[in-house]
Write a protein that binds this ligand. Structure first.
Ligand code: MEV
Length: 438
């Protein structure tokens, strides 16, 4: 029987591994080897990774690749991507090349305001609370002057604080809705520090406010936290070309392709089952760049999916039109990213990724990430409405299957050749391997 362990976090890494091996891995030397095999040979790099988080035993690798030939606002860029999914980088590269000859991607940041809330409960006279807020707002803003000093030097800081009445949703629920400009940093720590200070100041000022009765002075702060929903931190990306240049294969006419493409987008706009998968494909591109550049992909995912529901039903993030013979394909998404602070200054591969991108500002990174999302969606929908995705996907997936079957280099070479002309499935690869081995 397994007994709970106390003080686990205090153990040394080797002791943690020993405990794990004994408790859950039947003392398997193979598991131990694998855990240790992924340690970085360079002790400094290893320690750096261990200190990113807690209870680290090993490192978890993801492939780090590159999609070249992205023409973005007239500039040719190679986009670094960290992803385990086969076809993602190939699809991005294909879309990049396709649009490179058709004017490239036009992208611009619409705004960069981030936000957070102090959520509190106040039972009392609403007019009194409004008066209190008007009088107290300068003190609230003043209370964070030390925290915001450096950010203000960089042109950022607190933009505004509003009192919002949410009592129609929860009894006594109000919030301080606070907006921020965080320039090149993602700003999570900055925003949360400001919000917690606002909450402390709020409590002090409430206590000192003579007009409140005892019940009103019981105003209770529930929590203070940034929001990952950032609909005022938006980027718009677009591609366009004459319908006559839209398709590069003669299996289907340009017009029929455009029509089918538009219908696929319309379906994703109105049908949530399809929209989720459609947007997942967009996130294949977005997450890969967000990860490679050391940003928080969970925050980005949460914010983008919330935005996809902004009209009351989950819908496509991309849209398309044909007008006067011109095909247009575009997307607007919220993105809160940073190119300074956090992992960006620490993770050696992240630093290289940012160098590949020519050390972008946060605004430029928003543009690049949005481009990767639109490119990925274009490639996916293009495949879906023509050949389907499995043909290309299974070719890319072939190597994964061969590796999972421990194929030797010679076997791989033979089967890569064989499957150029045959359909890849798990069982067909297994059959062919068996044929060679026998
Ligand atoms: C697979 O990871 C992503 C796709 O399913 C996206 C889509 O269906 O649009 C191909």
């Amino acid at each position: 029987m397994i007994t709970p362990i106390t003080g686990f976090s205090k153990l040394k890494k080797e002791e943690k591994i020993d405990w794990l091996l004994k408790t859950y891995l039947k003392d398997s030397p193979a598991s131990e080897n694998i855990l240790k095999q992924y340690w970085n040979k360079n002790d400094t790099v290893q320690q750096l990774h261990e200190e990113f988080t807690e209870n680290t035993l090993s490192n978890f690798y993801l492939p780090f690749g590159i999609a070249p030939n992205f023409l973005i606002n007239g500039k040719l860029m190679a986009i670094p991507m960290a992803t385990e999914e086969s076809s993602v980088i190939a699809a991005a590269s294909k879309a990049a090349k396709f649009w490179q000859n058709r004017g490239g991607f036009k992208v611009n940041v619409l705004n960069t305001t981030k936000n957070g809330q102090v959520h509190f409960i106040y039972i009392g006279d609403h007019d009194k609370l409004n008066d209190f807020f008007k009088i107290t707002k300068p003190a609230l803003l003043n209370s964070v002057s030390e925290i915001t000093k450096n950010m203000r030097k960089r042109g950022g800081g607190v933009l505004d604080i509003e009192l919002v009445d949410k009592t129609d949703l929860v009894d006594g629920y109000f919030q301080l809705h606070c907006t921020f400009e965080t320039k090149d940093s993602m700003g999570a720590n900055f925003i949360n520090s400001c919000l917690e200070k606002f909450a402390d100041t709020l409590k002090v000022e409430v206590n000192n406010y003579q007009e409140f009765n005892e019940e009103e002075k019981q105003l209770e702060v529930i929590m203070s936290i940034l929001s990952n929903y950032v609909p005022e931190c938006m980027v718009k990306v677009e591609v366009a070309c004459p319908v006559s240049e839209l398709y590069d294969d003669n299996h289907i006419s340009h017009e029929a392709f455009a029509e089918k493409f538009l219908t696929a987008i319309k379906i994703a706009e109105v049908e949530p089952y399809r929209a989720v998968t459609h947007n997942k494909g967009i996130m294949n591109g977005i997450d890969a760049v967000v990860l490679a550049t050391g940003n928080d992909f969970r925050a980005v995912e949460a914010g983008i999916h919330a935005y996809a529901c902004k009209d009351g039903s989950y819908s496509s993030l991309t849209h398309a039109s044909v007008e006067n013979g011109v095909f247009k394909f575009w997307m607007e998404i919220p993105l809160a990213l940073g190119t300074v602070g956090g992992l960006t200054n620490l993770h050696p591969l992240v630093k290289v990724a940012l160098e590949i991108l020519q050390k972008p500002s946060a605004r430029e990174l928003m543009e690049i990430v949005a481009v990767a999302g639109l490119a990925q969606n274009f490639a996916a929908v293009k495949s879906l409405v023509t050949n389907g995705i499995q043909q290309g996907h299974m070719k890319m997936h072939l190597m994964n299957i061969l590796n999972s079957q421990n194929a030797s280099p010679d076997e791989k070479e033979e089967l890569l050749h064989y499957f150029k002309k045959h359909t890849v499935t798990h069982s067909s690869v297994a059959e062919q391997l068996e044929r060679i081995r026998n």
